[in-house]
Design a protein around this ligand. Structure first.
Ligand SMILES: *Cc1c(COP(=O)(O)O)cnc(C)c1O
Length: 335
């Protein structure tokens, strides 16, 4: 099974009109930090507040007529995308999630008519439950990242970015299971082979980065992170995203929780934008000096805005945040 640019072009036609063609906007603050024009693709503006609507719409459109509904596991945003897409198609949607998922994301899925099942404390357990429901209730399973329709849907972001700015030298992609990175890198490299695509994730539980290094899926301990949407493994039987990310990404860069905290403040105070931790890892990596110099404009994807607002307001107020077994120290924002 392979996917190519034609699949991504087809996905664009399927999702048009429901998923928004989001703007790619410059940040003057981050451009000064980067010493290059720095742009942000605002997937925060999607109707569900995250890019996952793209892959979900493309995958739900492929569900065979007569299927009783769909089921998925999710760290929150895939479930929200599936619930939105399923409702639009008149299908039942069941979303399996671990107890690590923030309540705001559970509420968001229920508000869209999705049925939420909380199982265990890891994405693996949520995944097993979704497999069981697919088997026992005949629901069509839509994986959050390791699926050709999902990857093709997420890849439409890469098409739009290079259409708007053919001069991009690099794209910084938040990385978890790698559906987003695989799709964006596939599209971007097909259009512009010289472009650099770098995956960025948190250093606590960087499953894809470790799996690429090891050459096989590595199981990581799941811990609480400000970038909760980047939690979870890549699946013990990964079919697509591991090899695609290995072949298509130039590098994987890791950032700390303190760097994510600072990047959320930076985006808020400098660009007046609200985003979840997973969205700002590209900003975090750039500010922390973890990236090479680029010879042209750099863009990152602000992947979602579905942050727990109690945590977000603590961060912008410079207060400390308790994250599972870690206590992040508060720090007032200083430009
Ligand atoms: C799912 C998600 C990601 C990561 O996408 P993958 O395809 O799993 O790598 C990044 N940011 C947000 C907000 C997400 O919901």
């Amino acid at each position: 099974m392979t996917i190519d640019l034609a699949d991504i072009l087809a996905a664009r036609r399927v999702i048009a009109g429901v998923a928004v063609r989001t703007p790619l906007v410059p940040s003057s603050h981050m451009s000064a930090v980067a010493n290059q024009e720095f742009l942000m693709k605002l997937e925060t503006a999607q109707p569900i507040g995250a890019f996952k609507l793209r892959g979900a719409l493309n995958a739900v459109a492929a569900v065979p007529a007569g299927a009783p509904g769909v089921v998925c596991c999710s760290t929150g945003n895939h479930g929200r995308g599936i619930a939105h897409a399923a409702r639009a198609s008149g299908l039942r949607a069941v979303v399996c999630m671990s107890a690590l998922v923030p309540q705001a994301k559970v509420d968001g899925i229920r508000a869209l008519g999705g049925e939420v099942r909380i199982v265990g404390r890891s994405q693996d357990e949520a995944h097993e439950e979704s497999v069981r429901l697919a088997r026992d209730e005949g629901l069509v399973s839509i994986p959050p990242f390791d699926d050709p329709m999902v990857i093709a849907g997420q890849g439409t972001i890469g098409l739009e970015m290079l259409e708007d700015r053919p001069d991009l030298a690099a794209i910084l992609v938040p990385l978890s299971g790698g559906g987003l990175a695989a799709g964006v890198a596939l599209a971007a490299r097909a259009i512009k082979p010289s472009i650099r695509v770098i995956g960025i994730t948190m250093d606590r539980g960087a499953a894809m980065a470790e799996s690429i290094r090891a050459g096989r899926p590595i199981e990581v301990d799941e811990v609480a992170s400000l970038a909760d949407s980047l939690g979870g493994g890549i699946g013990a039987h990964n079919r697509l995203t591991l090899s695609m990310c290995r072949d298509l990404l130039d590098d994987c860069v890791l950032v700390t929780e303190d760097e994510i905290y600072d990047a959320m403040q930076t985006l808020y105070f400098e660009d007046r934008m609200i985003a979840e931790g997973a969205s700002v890892v590209g900003i975090a990596a750039m500010k922390a000096g973890r990236l090479p110099a680029f010879d042209g404009p750099v863009a990152t994807i602000l992947t979602g805005r579905n942050v727990d607002m109690a945590i977000f307001t603590d961060i912008v107020a410079g207060r400390g945040v308790a994250l599972g077994d870690v206590q992040l120290k508060g720090r007032a924002y200083a430009a």
